[in-house]
Design a protein around this ligand. Structure first.
Ligand SMILES: N[C@@H](CCC(=O)N[C@@H](CS)C(=O)NCC(=O)O)C(=O)O
Length: 218
């Protein structure tokens, strides 16, 4: 099986982190093609992997899939033995709902807190909309952890696609110093302590590219 995952800069590409982290945590072997974004040559290189012209994109033999959530769903299809989604049907519906909610919403969070896992900055005067989105993420984490506390440190106990979907937000909360309560902090620490997450950040730290948009103040 030939598996190739095309990703953007590790420093900046939150969407790329989702499938990359999921595959690493689950020991799914793949060839990584890192395409630094927003350079003269970037778009043409991305189109070699994705008709949408965006990363991440996954190719497994003759299967081509793009968009992070579609990639994660395809990995669940290809690896039915892995706990890609929670095994319990009710928890699975819940995990799918919060994953889709993250995928299609939280616009203000994305705009006001651009992903940049290399930085440390203090969030000042967040707007009401941003505060509401932060509160929603925190309550998702709290509710999931409350129900699955005995089963492991992640949202549904074991690491699932839902955690891959929320890992970039964990990074944002960490880098922008968002204030969280103890349960939420525990969850963030579990994600940040994953060897794969540490590897992503370590590799981001040595990337030479700097993109001004992602470096601006919050
Ligand atoms: N909804 C898509 C979003 C993908 C996306 O916006 N990727 C950005 C990088 S984080 C990108 O490829 N930007 C480069 C470009 O638009 O040229 C997903 O989940 O994969």
């Amino acid at each position: 099986m030939t598996t190739v995952l095309a990703i953007g800069n590790k420093a900046y590409s939150s969407w790329s982190l989702r499938p990359w982290l999921f595959m690493k945590v689950n020991g799914i072997a793949f060839e990584e093609v890192r395409i630094p974004l927003y350079l003269e040559s970037s778009k043409a290189r991305i189109f070699e992997h994705s008709p949408a012209g965006k990363v991440p994109a996954l190719t497994v033999d003759d299967i081509r899939v793009w968009d992070s959530l579609a990639i994660l769903e395809t990995l669940a299809d290809l690896h039915p033995r892995l706990a890609c989604w929670p095994r319990d049907r009710r928890a699975r519906a819940w995990a799918r709902s919060i994953s889709a909610e993250m995928h299609s919403g939280f616009r203000e969070l994305r705009t006001a807190l651009p992903f940049n896992c290399r930085r440390r900055i203090t969030l000042e005067l967040p707007s009401d909309t941003l505060n509401a989105e932060i509160d929603r993420v925190r309550s998702i984490w709290r509710d999931c952890r409350k129900s699955h506390r005995g089963a492991g440190p992640f949202l549904f106990g074991e690491f699932t696609i839902a955690d891959a979907m929320y890992a970039p937000v964990v990074s944002r909360f960490e880098t922008y110093g968002v204030t969280v309560a103890a349960t939420e902090r525990e969850y963030m620490d579990a994600i940040l302590a994953l060897p794969a997450m540490r590897q992503w950040v370590a590799e981001a730290n040595v990337e030479p590219e700097v993109i001004a948009h992602f470096e601006r103040g919050a």
